[in-house]
Design a binder for this molecule. Sequence first.
Ligand code: NDP
Ligand code: PHD
Length: 362
Amino acid sequence: MSEAGYTVAVLGATGAVGNRIIEQLEQSTVPVKALKLLASEKSVGKTLSFNGESVAVELAEPDAFEGVDIVLASAGGSVSAELAPEAVKRGAVVVDNSSHWRMDERVPLVVPEVNPDALKQHRGIIANPNCSTTQMVVALQPIKEQFGLKQIIVSTYQAASGAGQKAIDEVLDQAQAFIDGQREAMQANVLPVKGDEKHFPLAFNLLPQIDVFEEAGYTHEEYKMIDETKKIMLGDAHAKDIKVTGTAVRVPVMIGHGESVYFEVADHSATRSDIQQAFANGAGVTLQDDPDRQLYPQPLNAEGSRETFVGRVRPDLENEGAFHAWIVSDNLLKGAAWNTVEIAEQLVKDDLVRVPEGVNWD
Ligand SMILES: NC(=O)C1=CN([C@@H]2O[C@H](COP(=O)(O)OP(=O)(O)OC[C@H]3O[C@@H](n4cnc5c(N)ncnc54)[C@H](OP(=O)(O)O)[C@@H]3O)[C@@H](O)[C@H]2O)C=CC1
Ligand SMILES: N[C@@H](CC(=O)OP(=O)(O)O)C(=O)O
């Protein structure tokens, strides 16, 4: 790093996640010497604000990464597949939000509260996990550290914003049609999966499909949660030390994913209060758990926060060593933009903003 700091590029700067990356970067400890904002042709010439200054959006193309030290990418999988290697070739370290690189064995998949040391092995590309996975592993890491984790069964309640601005707009239009008594006018073109054969309204509804269906009746989102949790917590997407399964459901909430999690610990002496205390002490976790005061996490309250909120902690009444908890976080912040910027902070702190010699992604 030069005295003045790093040149940072935000790829996908005009998107919902990109906008929040810029905001999080403004409030971060990353010393930004210069900022480049990159997007598609249609956004070239637009300006966005960073630290009170107006920055013009440029075209995302290979040469745009000349002189860049850190790239924070959120422009989708195909863009990252093509441009991340180009950025690395030009000496930049890329933190990528898309799912494209996550399962690549050469790529660390990082949540700084859980596996910051994985960054030490980076070869220029670092992946940011799926939003539902991130908040679950942040919450459960202190439980794993103190009591050992044997099994996780999760049901997600995922906000429309996870599928982008178009999904939010669609749900609001559907809600208005429903309120106007025109149920037949509820248009659905985006959810559950853009480009899939059928679409259904989410307003006043629940959709037990996020992403496409794959083997054995599971969706891709469910497989991502299983594989990514293992890669982050155990260092291997196929490890068997913790059994993980789940059901991913889209709910008519705008921002903030909820998760009902059943988990089994190895140490059967753990009490409800031990588990609550472990959550309360967890990095990035805020315990909101007081049934007497009806205190529990809610998406509307989590919006805009970097924290992962945990409540409704209770033992399973039939299985020894098993507990339930309710986890909520802002899917666009800890689930995407903040985790990305937090990784950049960790790279700076550990002096890892450099591409190792001899790396080749071609
Ligand atoms: N970690 C996670 O769980 C999450 C990850 N994501 C990832 O972030 C990505 C962005 O999500 P979101 O912000 O909601 O999406 P948006 O649709 O709001 O934004 C997409 C961004 O990508 C840019 N873009 C699209 N195509 C290209 C292209 N060919 N070249 C350069 N830039 C391009 C867009 O630029 P323009 O405005 O010019 O079209 C825009 O800046 C997702 O595709 C996903 O991969 C998103 C949510 C959560
Ligand atoms: N699939 C997530 C958002 C997302 O973009 O996830 P991923 O980065 O794993 O594709 C959701 O819909 O809430």
